[in-house]
Design a protein around this ligand. Structure first.
Ligand code: DGY
Length: 322
């Protein structure tokens, strides 16, 4: 490696400052048109490359990882989530995988609160009313939503983002209940009530926000049976992963009024979300913008670069997952 810059295949267009640094310090194979690369294009583009800088929407399952050239020794993903990369196949090929924790926590927590408020206060309906010129003026009974103060917010997955949501939610007068694989220390709980199971959490929470990773165990954790455990007219927010929710069950519950509303930033099979959502007034839909602030996206890029720098300098890699 001495004397030559590492070659990096970059599967997505990245923020300008990040690409400028990539081009300065690496032999970067960029994707200026931001095209989705097919598995064949990834394998071809990685020929002779030392690493791949990828993102949450570019899938690297075992079958693809196994076809990568042996020159590839690191995959840095521009995301905190890493379920799109096979974490068994990669180390088996001697490939280190890194992600970008921390730097998108605040941005994502903001969007969870944005969706919570928008869903509870029917913001999407209100905006449509105005844009479609159907608003006939203030009425005492118009667009009545739900107040947050004094109620419970359930948080599923009390990691960095869950904690950041809890901090914000307390300012709105919400009391925090949470379910996590392990209970947090009292200092980190800050008065939140721990539930060992979803079954005890859900009945207490008129507001629920999901912050756990998508794994085989969490897939469709919100389904017909778990929705039945929630209070009547509850609100669900998902800024984590679409796979956590059974779309058919959620759509039926929103349509029938069993749930009051939902706020969704992520979808199973996105960008092809379930068409049923488009028919509903009581769902607020965002196109996976949880981390989409300039600050966070730059920080994610520089975090990937720092991991690559450390790796190629033979230093400990801060965000190594494997
Ligand atoms: C992630 O980082 O995992 C997000 O989904 C994209 O910001």
């Amino acid at each position: 490696m001495a004397g030559r810059r590492p070659v990096i295949l970059v599967t997505r267009r990245l923020p300008e400052a990040v690409e400028a640094r990539l081009v300065r310090d690496f032999e970067a194979r960029l994707n200026p048109d931001d095209r989705t690369l097919s598995p064949e294009e990834i394998v071809a583009g990685a020929q002779g490359a030392d690493g791949i800088l990828t993102s949450a929407i570019d899938r690297l399952p075992a079958a693809l990882v196994e076809r990568l050239p042996t020159s590839v020794r690191i995959i840095a993903t521009f995301s905190v989530g890493y379920e799109h990369i096979d974490l068994e196949a990669a180390p088996a090929r001697g490939i280190t995988v890194t992600n970008t924790p921390d730097v998108l926590t605040e941005a994502t927590a903001d969007v969870a609160i944005l969706l919570l408020l928008a869903a509870a206060r029917r913001a999407a309906e209100g905006m449509r009313l105005i844009r479609e010129r159907r608003w006939i003026g203030w009425r005492p009974t118009q667009l009545m939503g739900l107040g947050l103060a004094g109620k419970n917010l359930g948080i599923v997955g009390m990691g960095r983002i869950g904690l950041a949501v809890a901090r914000r939610a307390r300012a709105f007068g919400l009391q925090i209940h949470y379910h996590n694989r392990t209970r947090l220390s009292p200092e980190r709980e800050e008065g939140a009530t721990y539930h060992e199971t979803l079954e005890t959490l859900l009945p207490l929470c008129p507001f629920l926000s999901l912050h756990c990773p998508a794994t085989p165990a969490t897939r469709h954790m919100i389904n017909r049976a778990t929705i039945e455990l929630m209070p009547e007219e509850a609100v669900l927010v998902n800024t984590a992963r679409g796979a956590l929710v059974d779309d058919e069950a959620l759509i039926a519950a929103l349509r029938g009024g069993r749930l009051f509303a939902a706020g969704l930033d992520v979808f199973e099979g996105e960008p092809d979300l379930h068409p049923g959502y488009l028919q509903l007034d009581n769902v607020v839909l965002l196109p996976h913008i949880g981390s989409a602030t300039r600050d966070a996206r730059n920080a994610m890029g520089f975090r990937c670069l720092y991991n690559l720098d450390c790796f190629f300098a033979g230093k400990p890699v801060p965000d190594a997952l494997t």
